[in-house]
Design a protein around this ligand. Structure first.
Ligand SMILES: Cc1ncc(COP(=O)(O)O)c(C=O)c1O
Length: 412
């Protein structure tokens, strides 16, 4: 009896729950064993401006941030944040629906309504949470979500959280979208989720045709404009504005972590019942509201972006110069023409990609090394994202760096 008790209490060997990640650990170890600097462990020791930093001890041009409009060091944006921190303290210590709505949370929602010319705006702690919350709350069990196969992880996670039927369609394929829409059972709720700019390849969605097809088939449309806000469209409202369909989009999702230059996510809409989402959207209710300094900086940045026409023009010029220059050097790019502030340089494989990434870093240039599962079709990419604060000289310097590194690694 005593022995049986002892056996029952003997510790059993636990199943290693991290064992499923062994292949990733192995790939990483192989890469580092080849002597390549760790592409996912970069430290910015000093940030000198939106386009320059000291990274791993080196003076580096930044070509891998989402600081498209260079707002992070805008003096008014910084001043607004400082003032709010002094007046309201460092944090909110509470949810938006309890003690976490301060003056500046309201103000940033007003700024968003003004920016998009829409009736409602709701701010989340990140863009990830905005997608997670809005998508899972709109489409639940029995509803259908039809989405582009190359959608951002936050969109997929929002679909999974809501338990809707999820139907992906081929990237940017209007006909495929229409076919999926026509197969949805009569009477079921239909939410189509699209992005303005796809962040891996930097390509733009054919929103004009897609939104038309959605409306013809009675679908609600949500567009994530994370990578186009502030930059694309006459007023920087994004691809939906550029293609003339903003009024037909039911929900726009965005983030402050890119053109706005801070952190936070949002949804804007003209839906008359929109405000109920504040009570039922779990990633809005069950998390702390952003600090007041972030809200005040964001509101100032958004209002400045409304009048950012010159900056937008310069960013387009940078995008055209870099795209044309890389193409002329013989690099394989994600798009034939410059479509956004993102230019993806396609690498032959992960090993060459990591070598090229390191060679560029040694030249003094930081870009993003992107690889599956974040990238489509198993590709390894060097993702370059331009900033309105990159000077024409910096863009030429960047092209020189790509040329030297590309020849040294044997990519061009
Ligand atoms: C298309 C898209 N949506 C949402 C997000 C999430 O934004 P955030 O960084 O604010 O969480 C990203 C982030 O890269 C994105 O690319």
């Amino acid at each position: 009896m005593a022995t049986a008790m002892k056996d029952a209490l003997a510790p059993a060997e636990p199943v290693d729950l991290l064992a499923k990640f062994d292949p990733i650990i192995q790939t990483r170890e192989t890469l580092l064993a080849a002597g390549v600097e760790d592409p996912f462990n970069l430290v910015m020791e000093e940030v000198l401006s939106p386009t320059q930093a000291i990274c791993n001890g080196r003076d580096t041009i930044l070509l891998g941030t989402y600081n498209y409009m260079g707002m992070t060091f805008d003096p008014d944006v910084i001043e607004a944040g400082k003032r709010a921190m002094e007046e309201f303290g460092a944090g909110t210590t509470g949810s938006r629906v309890l003690n976490g709505t301060f003056r500046d949370h309201r103000d940033v929602e007003t700024a968003l309504r003004e920016f998009y010319g829409m009736d409602h705006a709701m701010v989340f702690s990140t863009g990830y949470q905005a997608n997670l919350g809005i998508i899972s709350t709109l489409a639940g069990k029995g509803d259908y979500i039809i989405l582009d196969i190359d959608s951002h992880a936050s969109i997929w996670d929002g679909c999974a959280m809501g338990n809707a039927e999820v139907v992906p369609f081929k990237h940017n394929d209007v006909e495929a979208l229409e076919k999926r829409l026509k197969r949805v059972p009569e009477g079921a709720g239909k939410l189509v989720v699209l992005e303005g700019v796809y962040s891996m390849m930097g390509d733009v969605a054919p929103l004009k045709d897609m939104v038309r097809v959605c409306k013809e088939n009675g679908a609600t449309v949500l567009v994530d404009e994370a990578h186009s806000m502030g930059f694309i469209g006459e007023h920087g409202r994004g691809v939906a504005e550029e293609q003339g369909v903003l009024d037909d989009v039911d929900f726009i999702i965005g983030t402050f972590s890119k053109s706005v230059g801070t952190v936070g996510g949002f949804c804007v809409s003209n839906h008359p019942k929109f405000e109920v989402l504040r009570l039922v959207c779990r990633p809005y209710v069950f998390t702390a509201a952003l600090p007041p300094a972030v809200m005040a900086s964001s509101a100032t940045s958004i209002r400045k972006l409304m009048h950012g026409g010159n900056k937008r023009a310069h960013l387009w010029e940078n995008s055209r110069t870099l795209h044309g220059g890389l193409k002329a050097l013989g690099f394989k790019l994600g798009t034939d023409t410059p479509q956004s502030a993102i230019i993806a340089v396609i690498m032959p494989d992960l090993e060459k990609g990591a070598m090229m990434w390191e060679a560029l870093l040694k030249e003094g240039l930081y870009v993003n090394l992107a690889r599956p599962p974040a990238t489509p079709a198993g590709m390894t990419l060097l993702r370059c994202s331009l900033c309105a604060e990159h000077t024409a000289d910096q863009v030429q310097t960047i092209l020189g760096m790509f040329e030297r590194a590309g020849r040294a690694i044997g990519i061009i």
